[in-house]
Structure formats: structure tokens, C-alpha cells
Write a protein that binds this ligand. Structure first.
Ligand SMILES: [Zn+2]
Ligand SMILES: [Zn+2]
Length: 581
């Protein structure tokens, strides 16, 4: 937020307070700061009525009425005694004044129009000239506690939105509305995709049958694609003896993100927070020649990480996750080309999913925290150079950040943008010259010498949790056919046609499509509304005409396509499904 915008928002908090006191002269003002999208003021309305939506509109109108008379701020320095006398009976202001006095700071009162408030300053100098009266609105009323402490008095918080111009305000409101509609937590519930259960625990999503279909479709797609791109699949356990994480260096460094160990036969076992060390062990289980490299080991591995409960957020930040993981073991000569291939694999996935905007960010070492990183300087330099080279060859736009590297190497993140332009960090990739040495990994080179491979860590589809959370918002719940939990909803126009509907259902299911029939004794209009709410891509209406001609009445999200022979539409849908259109 620019300083001038912050000053405007702060000024509007004063204006809100002034307008509120006009209508509620016995209310007590407490605190009112500028925030990211506007401002708020916390007010004690006492036993009197709190403002409802209608009253909010009135206060907002009053703010506009006062604004022209707010020509200039003046301020005065006062004693604590004087300050208190200006807010008679207001225990909140008195508490603040006592605190300022106890810190030995000067107490200032700011006045604009006929309104005075206890304040440190930072306003629009000339509110009537600087603030346009259509650039703000009062947004909503919420509950709050004095000092954010639930043991203290309950207050009413009035929120306002404010921007430099009306156009910016309007586009912000529009974006908010769209984001609310697409909120993955809301849609996940409505579309019956996933749930959480207090008895199971925070941050541990349960996938309902429909959500599990999406998860499995993505997983099958990744398996199919990665097989074609030369990956081999492996499977590893979710717990391990603690020594593995000492070998990798994650213990004690990464301990805060790991769950406490479980003791088994007097040895400590950890739940894995990442798959890497397991794959390294698999690589070292067999002897390897340079001819086998690059060796790409892939697994949709289960990882668990400790996240504090305050940071958990729907599917976006969870404690249990399944990762589209792989580790690629390469010779130094292969490293750049293989990293380019990893970037291309991301692009391939994004293309199918209709993700048009994406960029990369390379996180290097923070120059102020150089003691945080392991490994030799020469390896760091080489890893940085090679990663940058691969990013340049790929042609995908990228940025460089001088912080955020992993303790063992630079880290490259993909940022993807949803259909509404919201950005998400989707996957993290690394060229790692360090872990191969720590795990003593080796391959036999052309000349018979033993060498250490470089390792590429990659996860283009991130975790199921985060990625499906992203896709729900990206598609606003209207998944393409191949990801839709129900692909076709069959709607008989009346019970008389349920038998034909069942025949259509069997044909679709035999063709491997996910179809359901709504044979309830309801009006067709209601059935169509239900099917549209559940966002199925195809609705087949069946009645007398369809039964006699062996057709179905096809409705898509784009509109009606009329009667189409059943065999013909089955071929089309099967094709659409297979090609993930
Ligand atoms: Zn102020
Ligand atoms: Zn890894």
C-alpha cells in the first residue's frame, strides 16, 4: 500500500468515527486503523442497538456529507488529564492515554471538521481534495474484542473498503465476489469433494467418493504421462528410523516441521515429511552404470508435516499430503538438459489443464544467513549456474530471489495463475549436488570410475491437496469431463421413461463413463436445476421421442444440442474422456 493510500484509509477511519457518532452519540470509540483493502473502526455501542445493513448505508451517506467540510487536519499536544477530559466516560481511550503517558510519549489529538480523535498522525492533509467520495464504501459489520482479547469487552467493528479511485474499488469488489464464489472450501462442501473431522484432527482432509475420483484421475494421468516420459514408479513406507533424517541432514534442522517420533522396539521412528531420502536409498539398493542414467524414480508419496493450527487453510495448507514426487539421478553432463525436460513437463501438464499463465522463481541463498546452508561453495555456484541455464533454455519467464533456498541447494518454484488471475505456488524443483554425496550414491562411468550422480527433485502437480484446491478455484467447480466426478446425469422426463433411462445408464457405464440417473418423482425443471448446481458437464434428457428414436436430449454447460443418437454421443464422450479435452 502506498503511503498516500494508507493516509487516505486512516483518514476515512476518522470520518467513519465522526459519522457514527452523529447517529449514535452515546457510542464509545476505541481504535480504527488502515488495513490492506481499506479501514475499520472498533466501537462500543453499549446496550444500544448495533448498526444493521440499513444503518450502515446511513453512516456511509453521512461520511459523504461530512467529507467536503473536512478541509484540513490540525493537531494539538495535550496532557493526559486534558486528553481524558475530551473523551468523558470512554474507558478505552482512557486506557490508551494512560499507556501513552506511561511510555513517556507525547499525547496528540487530531481534529478535522468538527471531529477530534486521539491519534499519532499520518492523514491525508486535505481530505476534501485528496479523497474522492466514490472511492470508498462501508463493507460490513463484525464482532471484535477490545485488544483482540476474548476476555475483554465485546465491540462492534465496522469495515470499509477504500482505494485511490472508484474504478479500483469496483474491480476489487468484483474480484472479491468471484473469489467467494470460487472458494475451494465452499465448493468442496457443495460438490461433496472433501471434509474435515474434529475427531480425526485439524489439517487432515478426508476425501469423499467424488473428491477421490478427481484425485485418482490426476494420479492416473501423472502415472501415464510419467511412464511416457521415462519415469519408473516406486513405493516407500511412511515411517523410518530417525537415523535416515540425520544422514540427510533434516534432523535436527527441519525438526520443527516434523511430528514427534514414535518409539518402536526402543528405537525412534519418524513419520516422513518428504520422500527424498527413501528414493536415494532405492537408488543405492542396486549397482548402476552411466547407461542407466537419467534414472527417474516417481511416487505419489504420503508426507506429513507439522503446521501450526493458525496457518492451516482448507486444502491449501494441510498436515497430511500426497505429493506428485520424483527424484531424477543424472550425470553432471545430463543435468541441464534433464532440468529443461522437467520444466517442459510442467508446461505439458499446464497446457492440458488450461493454465495459461505461469512463471518460475529461483530462490538463492540469503546473503545475511550464509551459516544456514550446507555444502561446498563450488557446488552451490555450479547448481545456481546450471539451474539458471536450464531456465533460460526453457524460455519460461523467471525471477531470482536472494532468499528462500533449501539448506542443501537453490530452489525453483512454479507460480501458476488461475482463470481469475489469482496466483498459487504449485511446485518446487531443485538441482541438488549435495545429497548424492551425503548418501554415498554412485554409478560407474564410461572409464570404469565411480562417480556421484546429481539429483533433480521435482513435483509438477504439487500435492493432491493444494493442486485440487487450486483446480476447484480455477474451474469454479465446473471440471472438464475427464476430471468430473459425475460425467453424465440422465434425467427421465417422467417415471414412465425410467426404464429407457436405465438402459442409457448401462450403455454409458459399459463404455467406462461415470453416469448417474435422477429417477426421483420430481419435475424435469427441478431435476435440471439440481444437475446444473452439481456442475455436471453433460445432461441427457430422455422421454418418449428419445426412446422411440434411440437418442438422448443433450444439454452441455454451453447450452442445448438437441437429440443425438446414443451410440454417437457415447463415441464422442469416450473420445473426449480419453484425450482429456
Ligand atoms: Zn488519525
Ligand atoms: Zn526431494
Amino acid at each position: 500500500m502506498s503511503t498516500s493510500l494508507e493516509h487516505k484509509r486512516h483518514t476515512l477511519a476518522h470520518l467513519l468515527a465522526a459519522a457514527t457518532l452523529g447517529t449514535y452519540p452515546h457510542a464509545h470509540l476505541t481504535l480504527g486503523p488502515a488495513i490492506d483493502d481499506g479501514f475499520y473502526y472498533d466501537i462500543d455501542f453499549g446496550a444500544g442497538e448495533k448498526p444493521n445493513d440499513e444503518a450502515l448505508k446511513k453512516i456511509e451517506k453521512q461520511m459523504r456529507k461530512l467529507l467536503p467540510s473536512w478541509k484540513e487536519f490540525t493537531h494539538e499536544v495535550v496532557t493526559a488529564h486534558e486528553a481524558k477530559s475530551r473523551f468523558p466516560g470512554n474507558v478505552y481511550k482512557h486506557e490508551l492515554i494512560d499507556e501513552i503517558a506511561a511510555r513517556g510519549e507525547t499525547i496528540t489529538l487530531y481534529t478535522c471538521g468538527n471531529f477530534t480523535d486521539l491519534c499519532r498522525g499520518g492523514h491525508a492533509e486535505h481530505p476534501n481534495k485528496e479523497i474522492s467520495d466514490d472511492s470508498f464504501v462501508l463493507d460490513r459489520v463484525a464482532g471484535a474484542y477490545w485488544r483482540g482479547d476474548e476476555k475483554k469487552p465485546a465491540l462492534t467493528r465496522i469495515y470499509g473498503l477504500a482505494f485511490d479511485t472508484k474504478a479500483e474499488l469496483d474491480s476489487y469488489i468484483e474480484m472479491q465476489k468471484e473469489a467467494e464464489k470460487r472458494d475451494h472450501r465452499k465448493l468442496g462442501k457443495e460438490l461433496e469433494l472433501f471434509t474435515f473431522d474434529e475427531e480425526i484432527g485439524k489439517g487432515l482432509p478426508l476425501w469423499l467418493p467424488k473428491g477421490t475420483i478427481i484425485k485418482e484421475e490426476l494420479e492416473n494421468w501423472a502415472k501415464e504421462t510419467e511412464r511416457a516420459w521415462g519415469y519408473q514408479r516406486v513405493t516407500t513406507p511412511i515411517i523410518t528410523k530417525e537415523n535416515l533424517f540425520y544422514t540427510s541432514g533434516h534432523l535436527p534442522l527441519y525438526k520443527d516441521s516434523m511430528y514427534a517420533p514414535i518409539s518402536i522396539e526402543e528405537e525412534n521412528y519418524y513419520i516422513k515429511p518428504m520422500n527424498c531420502p527413501f528414493h536415494h536409498k532405492l537408488f543405492s539398493a542396486l549397482p548402476h552404470s552411466y547407461k542407466e542414467l537419467p534414472m527417474r524414480l516417481a511416487e505419489y508419496g504420503w508426507c506429513h508435516r507439522y503446521e501450526d493450527s493458525g496457518s492451516l487453510f482448507g486444502l491449501m495448507r494441510v498436515r497430511g499430503m500426497q505429493m506428485n514426487d520424483a527424484h531424477i539421478y543424472v550425470t553432471p553432463e545430463q543435468a541441464v538438459e534433464e532440468f529443461v525436460q522437467v520444466i517442459k513437463l510442467h508446461e505439458y501438464y499446464y497446457k492440458i489443464l488450461g493454465i495459461q499463465k505461469y512463471e518460475m522463481e529461483l530462490a538463492l541463498r540469503d546473503p545475511n544467513k550464509m551459516d544456514k546452508y550446507h555444502g561446498e561453495e563450488s557446488d552451490w555456484k555450479l547448481a545456481e549456474e546450471m539451474t539458471i541455464k536450464a531456465m533460460e533454455i526453457s524460455g519460461v519467464p523467471f525471477k531470482i530471489a536472494h532468499e528462500g533456498a533449501a539448506f542443501y541447494g537453490p530452489k525453483m518454484d512454479f507460480q501458476i495463475f488461475s482463470a481469475t488471475g489469482r496466483s498459487f505456488t504449485a511446485s518446487t524443483n531443485q538441482l541438488d549436488l549435495y545429497m548424492g554425496k551425503r548418501f554415498g550414491l554412485e554409478y560407474t562411468d564410461k572409464d570404469g570410475s565411480r562417480k556421484t550422480p546429481y539429483i533433480i527433485h521435482r513435483a509438477p502437480l504439487g500435492t493432491h491437496e493444494r493442486f485440487i484446491g487450486f483446480l476447484i478455484e480455477h474451474y469454479a467447480g465446473a471440471f472438464p469431463l475427464w476430471l468430473s466426478p459425475v460425467q453424465v446425469q440422465i434425467l427421465p422426463v417422467s417415471e414412465k421413461y425410467n426404464d429407457y433411462g436405465m438402459k442409457v445408464l448401462k450403455t454409458l457405464r459399459d463404455a467406462g463413463l461415470r453416469a448417474e440417473i435422477d429417477d426421483a418423482n420430481e419435475s424435469l425443471g427441478k431435476k435440471i436445476r439440481n444437475a446444473k448446481t452439481s456442475k455436471v458437464p453433460y445432461i441427457f434428457v430422455v422421454g418418449e421421442k428419445e426412446e422411440t428414436s434411440g437418442t438422448v436430449g443433450v444439454e452441455t454447460r454451453a447450452g442445448s444440442e438437441g437429440a443425438i443418437p446414443l451410440e454417437q454421443i457415447v463415441v464422442r464422450l469416450t473420445e473426449e474422456y480419453r484425450n482429456r479435452k
